[in-house]
Write a protein that binds this ligand. Structure first.
Ligand code: NAD
Length: 468
């Protein structure tokens, strides 16, 4: 069994104490992770601060080469990282392998980006050039649903731009992050990447730390608001990738069976624990019954189980707190809605929820209005498309969404009216590392991925050069 260490100033070290990491497929302790205390957090921030001047002075090409070397190491360690990821997170092994593969793939694409100076204006008298400079120490704080992929979305642009890092994963999924940190220790100079683990007690200290120049945070909207308020003292830069309540809006010209199967997958992949999972479905009244039945048939066929077992399609929820929250939500739903598939926890150890389809619910029911973060699909009916669009938009969230139609041009017109950062047509969750990703409304501030994402880890410096 791998031993897991924090990474502070180039050294792989024990934590001040340890914490238990639970395997969500059994509910039992899988192993221990090192847990940092506030003093180790200070050491990590100090190391990142001390490493910044030399690191930011390296050539971008040099930093790019190191990131590519990290990609090679992640690829080589894929089987080991994926297995640990399944055991700590719960997702099926092939999905864990896919996540680690995707992390390496997106690492290479984003590390290939450029930050060349840009001439903003030029005339006979002057040349005005925008340079992009790193910010300093970046705190990268990640959630438990995609610990590897979401981490790399931050590590790559932060380092490529010349910043140094303190990484902090979610307490329930620290191990795959520590494995990546150990690979970073083999590639980057001491202090450039630091990784600490907490028990949900150091995030506030880290995001308020005066020596942290930027916080790149992915997690819930509630915690994102805390991060934003703790940034005010030093006017830190923040990127907040937060919660979502993505709607799939089905138009009246679709092939029901085909579209229901795709939407079912987009609502239950990773046990529905995806910021951009489908969390509510709007279907024309004329095809409502058929659509609901098609979803229920999908749910009945899904193989739910331990992610380490071959054939498992849906694993457990990641942690007990989420499991308890979802069970309470389902109990409430049983009183108001019509559950046509699943609707309860599985009677077995671990944090398993049966894939659930609920019909005849209203927009106000918590199962629709809240972010469930579980394999639950509430289906709502509509008769007027304008009204359906208004209902889709009546959410505090605006992360992503999808429109489904056999006429893509018609769907595009509808998509333009959906108030979210991303809208897919005839697909959902088609995230692409070369495409910027951002949330509207309370789903976030700032952007990740692609050149726009890279620029968020820089400060513009405009230099005006006279011509004589
Ligand atoms: P969370 O907000 O509970 O925790 C996220 C991280 O914040 C963890 O590392 C946690 O330890 C840390 N944290 C806790 N208190 C903090 C504080 N006061 N200051 C700073 N950090 C603190 O989120 P979660 O439950 O781990 O993740 C699920 C949520 O993440 C969902 O809402 C989901 O939609 C969202 N999410 C968003 C995206 C996106 O790109 N928009 C992607 C994945 C997940």
């Amino acid at each position: 069994m791998t031993t897991f260490k924090l990474l502070i100033n180039g050294e792989l070290v024990d934590g001040a104490s340890t914490l238990d990491v639970i395997n969500p497929a059994t509910g039992e302790v899988y192993t221990q992770a090192p847990r940092a205390d506030a003093a180790q957090l200070e050491q990590a921030v100090a190391a990142a601060k001390a490493a910044f001047p030399a690191w930011s002075a390296t050539a971008l090409e040099e930093r790019r080469a190191m990131l590519m070397a990290l990609a090679d190491k992640i690829d080589a360690a894929l089987p080991q990282i994926a297995e640990v990821l399944t055991r700590e997170q719960g997702k099926p092994l092939q999905d864990a392998q896919g996540e680690v593969f995707f992390a390496g793939y997106s690492l290479r694409l984003n590390a290939a980006l450029d930050l060349a100076p840009r001439t903003v204006k030029e005339d006979d008298n002057q040349r005005v050039v925008e340079h992009r400079k790193p910010l300093g120490v970046v705190a990268a704080i990640t959630p438990w649903n995609f610990p590897v992929m979401l981490l790399m979305n931050k590590v790559v642009p932060a380092l490529l731009a010349g910043n140094t890092l303190v990484i902090k994963p979610a307490p329930t999924t620290p191990l795959s992050t520590l494995m990546i940190a150990a690979l970073c220790a083999e590639v980057f100079p001491a202090g450039v990447v630091n990784a600490i683990v907490d028990q949900n007690d150091l995030g506030g200290l880290l995001s308020a730390h005066p020596d942290v120049a930027k916080v790149s945070f992915t997690g819930s909207t509630a915690t994102g608001k805390k991060v934003l308020s703790s940034s005010t003292d030093t006017l830190k830069r923040v990127t907040l990738e937060l919660g979502g309540n993505d709607a799939a809006l089905v138009l009246d010209d679709v092939n029901v069976q085909e579209v229901a199967a795709k939407i079912y997958h987009a609502g239950t992949y990773n046990a529905g624990q995806i910021c951009v999972a489908v969390k509510r479905i709007y279907v024309p009244a004329a095809m409502y019954d058929e659509f609901c039945d098609a979803l229920a048939a999908q749910a009945a066929q899904s193989v739910v189980g331990d992610g380490m077992e071959a054939g498992t399609q849906i694993g457990p929820l990641q942690n007990k707190m989420q499991y308890d929250k979802v069970r309470a939500l389902l109990e409430e739903t049983a009183k108001t809605g019509k559950v046509i598939a699943g609707g309860a926890a599985l009677d077995r150890p671990g944090f398993f929820i049966a894939p659930t389809v609920v019909r005849d619910v209203t927009d106000q029911d918590p199962i629709v209005a809240d972010e469930q973060f579980a394999p639950i699909l509430p289906v709502l009916s509509y008769t007027d498309l304008d009204d359906a669009i208004a209902r889709v938009n009546a959410s505090i969230y605006g992360l992503a969404g999808s429109v489904w139609s056999s006429d893509p041009a018609r769907a595009e017109q509808v998509a333009q009216r959906i108030e979210s950062g991303t809208v897919w047509i005839n697909s959902h969750m088609a995230l692409d590392p070369e495409v910027p990703f951002r949330g509207a409304k309370q789903s976030g501030i700032g952007v990740e991925q692609a050149r726009e994402g890279l620029l968020e880890y820089t400060q513009a410096r405009i230099i005006t050069v006279p011509k004589s």
